[in-house]
Design a protein around this ligand. Structure first.
Ligand code: SF4
Length: 471
């Protein structure tokens, strides 16, 4: 799909970094240690965007807090994927009235997918006057400039939301959460226009980062000690299509796999219509490629998949799964499923249950359909009651939880290689980590080392996690 690619120049990014310096000097005169809070809702892409916002704030001399009372600047990175997320965000923004009363100099900013929607930006303008700055998904690279505008005239509120097709901004500073695991965006936007989804309207057209920029970032991460890199895109499988370089996602995977070092490569999200035998063979041949694929099926009904504009059938989806498992028998497969899509009959829902029983996913993220204004599905007749949808949702969850529990139980007795990435919140254990397939493991063993791979004997399991002892 042709689109206007807008590559932000190095000079423009340098100007933003110069503004960061100016704000730092300004803050040095005002605060002993300026504090910022970045609150992120939604997907991994939003997490990755928040790391750039924190990168800019760090350049401005801010340290970070999770306490909104003490923050001088609060940035809320919003999500629009479901109504529930938006309601929660608006509730939390409204609750900031009390901090603003206590600290009128506090700056409150909103960004991300929710405010990229015109009707929501208007709502913030009209009903949330405590918000000083609103910037859309295509304006993130200009955050310093926009923040400085607010700082220079506190009576003025700044709204920067443009509907752009394809902004690519390289060279932004990152403040990553972890030195062990990292998000690495390979592309932005989506051209698929699934009928229930708001993403194509708020994230623009699919545009791939140049391979040399991605490889340079991956190399720097690995040299910096990162052991687990997740490549991000709304649909990574269409990587490279817009570059005209005859290169696709599988080729990119192979190039990252060639980077020296011991690390894992993960990626999300894959659209089944673009998942290929070449991709699966590349995963099987690349030793650093994690044995996990997140492959959202959304429904098991051919009629509903058509109404969703998913461009594959249940049979095609299952054939993909069979092929992937043939090439990688230990592959972990996870998925997303929507229940209660407009017009979903009981029979359609039974089709979904049958597919789940047939595929036996390791885990599934299940949702009740949420009407998104501006999407084609929002105009479709939707006779099924909320109660009926909730009942279907509960049945699906019960089935999938049983399957996940059985899948996890099958690990007991095995020794798994686990990347230790954090202390465990389970008081019976010391650390936690992830298997190559992305399974969560709580580990008993004080000698485990954060950021290192460890052999763990699995001694127990639950629906959501494994438990084990350091070997
Ligand atoms: S592939 Fe479909 S569901 Fe995923 S982001 Fe694109 S439009 Fe939304």
């Amino acid at each position: 799909m042709a689109y206007k690619r807008t590559e932000i120049s190095e000079r423009d990014i340098q100007r933003q970094l110069d503004i960061c310096k100016r704000i730092k000097e300004r803050n040095d005169g005002l605060y002993s240690s300026p504090l910022a809070m970045v609150d992120t809702y939604g997907c991994q892409q939003n997490e990755a965007d928040s790391e750039k916002i924190r990168g800019y704030l760090r350049e401005m001399g801010y340290s970070f807090t999770q306490n909104e009372e003490e923050a001088d600047v609060i940035v809320i990175n919003t999500c629009a994927v479901r109504e529930h997320a938006e309601m929660r965000i608006l509730g939390n923004v409204g609750a900031l009235n009390h901090t603003k009363k206590k600290n009128p100099n506090q700056i409150i900013a909103l960004c991300g997918c929710m405010v990229q929607q015109e009707h929501m930006a208007e709502k913030i303008k009209r009903s949330f006057r405590l918000v000083d700055l609103v910037f859309g998904t295509h304006e993130l690279w200009r955050f310093p400039e926009l923040l400085e505008q607010v700082m220079s005239d506190r009576k003025k509120r700044v709204f920067a939301i443009r509907d752009m097709e394809g902004v690519i901004a390289e060279g932004l500073p990152h403040a990553r959460d972890s030195g062990i695991k990292a998000w690495l965006s390979v592309m932005y936007g989506c051209n698929n226009f699934c009928t229930y989804c708001v993403v194509p309207y708020v994230r623009g057209r699919e545009r791939s980062r140049l391979p040399e920029d991605i490889l340079a970032e991956a190399k720097a991460l690995v040299e910096g000690g990162c052991k687990d890199i997740t490549l991000l895109g709304q649909n990574v499988n269409s990587y490279g299509r817009d570059l005209g370089m005859g290169m696709d996602f599988a080729d990119l995977l192979r190039q990252i796999n060639d980077i020296p070092g011991e690390f894992l490569i993960r990626f999300m999200t894959s659209h089944p219509k673009d998942a290929t035998e070449k991709l699966f063979r590349t995963m099987a041949e690349c030793e650093k490629c994690a044995r996990h694929i997140h492959l959202p099926v959304q429904s098991g009904s051919a009629g509903i998949l058509k109404a969703m504009n998913r461009v594959y059938t249940p049979e095609q989806y299952m054939a993909l799964v069979d092929l992937a498992r043939e090439l990688m028998p230990d592959l972990v497969i996870t998925t997303d499923i929507i229940v209660g899509f407009p017009g979903e009959t009981q029979e359609d829902f039974e089709d979904t249950l049958r597919l789940v029983e047939r595929v036996r996913f390791d885990a599934a993220f299940t949702f009740i359909y949420s009407k998104r204004s501006g999407t084609p599905a929002a105009k479709m007749p939707d006779p099924v009651t909320r109660e009926e949808k909730q009942e279907r949702f509960d049945r699906l969850l019960a089935l999938q939880n049983a399957i996940s529990g059985e899948k996890h139980a099958a690990y007991v007795g095995k020794v798994m290689k686990v990347l230790v990435d954090d202390v465990s919140e389970d008081e019976r254990c010391d650390f936690r980590g992830r298997t190559n397939g992305g399974r969560l493991v709580h580990i008993k063993g004080e000698d485990a080392a954060l950021g290192e791979f460890a052999d763990v004997k699995i001694t127990g399991s639950s629906t959501w996690a494994l438990f084990g002892e350091l070997v």
